[in-house]
Design a binder for this molecule. Structure first.
Ligand SMILES: Nc1ncnc2c1ncn2[C@@H]1O[C@H](COP(=O)(O)OP(=O)(O)O)[C@@H](O)[C@H]1O
Ligand SMILES: [Mg+2]
Length: 258
């Protein structure tokens, strides 16, 4: 490859400060996602993970700092413009439309597109990836289990043909066996060429599939690095893995993970 070509991060946050009224939620946060990567953002409750997601998606305007997609400054662009540039979101608590059918939910994911044939192809593609949704395409989404709703939210995000999917706590509240399935699907989606930025409280799970990770504490990034290095980091083990394991009981990280 030509040495002069410098690849740009797909997504970059540069020195972000974000506030809710007078309350600062993020201070000087910088991070990036390279094409093809799974990157996770870890941190305890109220550390600013969802706020970071809102800044990326254009739902909260930072007071300082820039958001870039492919190097281009999108800080002043609305959410729809960012979706057109390849961003998609799987929001916290999934937020599917319960009174709409599964297929209608999926079509909502393509609301900015008008290539009907492409949309039909992508419906086929997500039904292959999520056969459970195909079986139930005419059923109301509100009748799905928590795990199935998570899969629907992921499938809906894929319907915009994104290059980067941002997921806020995709395993939250799911039974361990479903968590495994969701993580497996995230890896499969990534192998199809979609980059993933995921927010998680469960550090062990997230780091088991991510290439790199960042750790937030009360709005400040305190650690970042290669997933393997973070998993081995004594500070992480103590502050997150240990604490999480003790706090969540059944979600205790299994020793044979990975
Ligand atoms: N809409 C809001 N208005 C005021 N404060 C908020 C709002 N959303 C979040 N916060 C505060 O910002 C901080 C970070 O919240 P959040 O990003 O949701 O954390 P996390 O997702 O890591 O649990 C918390 O102190 C939270 O109380
Ligand atoms: Mg959150």
């Amino acid at each position: 490859m030509d040495q002069s070509i410098v690849t740009r991060p797909l997504l970059a946050l540069e020195n972000i400060d974000a506030f809710y009224g007078p309350v600062q939620a993020l201070a000087n946060v910088s991070l990036r996602v390279e094409p093809g990567e799974i990157v996770c953002l870890l941190g305890g409750n109220a550390s600013g993970k969802s706020t970071t997601m809102k800044v990326i998606l254009g739902l909260l305007r930072p007071r300082r700092g820039r958001v870039r997609i492919d190097g281009e400054d999108v800080t002043d662009q609305p959410t729809a413009a960012r979706i057109r540039r390849g961003l998609a979101s799987v929001p916290e608590a999934r937020r599917i439309f319960p009174a709409m059918t599964i297929e209608e939910n999926l079509r909502m994911g393509a609301y900015l597109r008008n290539d009907q044939q492409g949309i039909r192809q992508d419906l086929q593609r997500v039904y292959e990836l999520f056969p459970r949704l195909a079986e139930r395409r005419r059923q109301l989404a509100g009748t799905l289990s928590g795990g199935e709703q998570q899969m629907l939210a992921m499938a809906r995000a894929l319907m915009s043909r994104p290059r980067l999917i941002c997921m806020d706590e995709p395993t939250m509240g799911l039974a361990p066996i479903i968590v495994e399935r969701v993580l497996d699907l995230i890896v499969q989606i990534n192998r199809q060429g979609v980059s993933v930025f995921m927010v998680e409280q469960n550090a062990t799970l997230a780091l088991s599939i991510a290439a790199r990770g960042y750790v937030l504490q009360t709005g400040v990034l305190i650690l970042e690095g290669d997933a393997r290095a973070l998993l081995a980091n004594p500070a992480i083990r103590e502050a997150y893995l240990g604490q999480r394991a003790a706090a969540t009981g059944p979600d205790r990280p299994s020793t044979d993970a990975g």
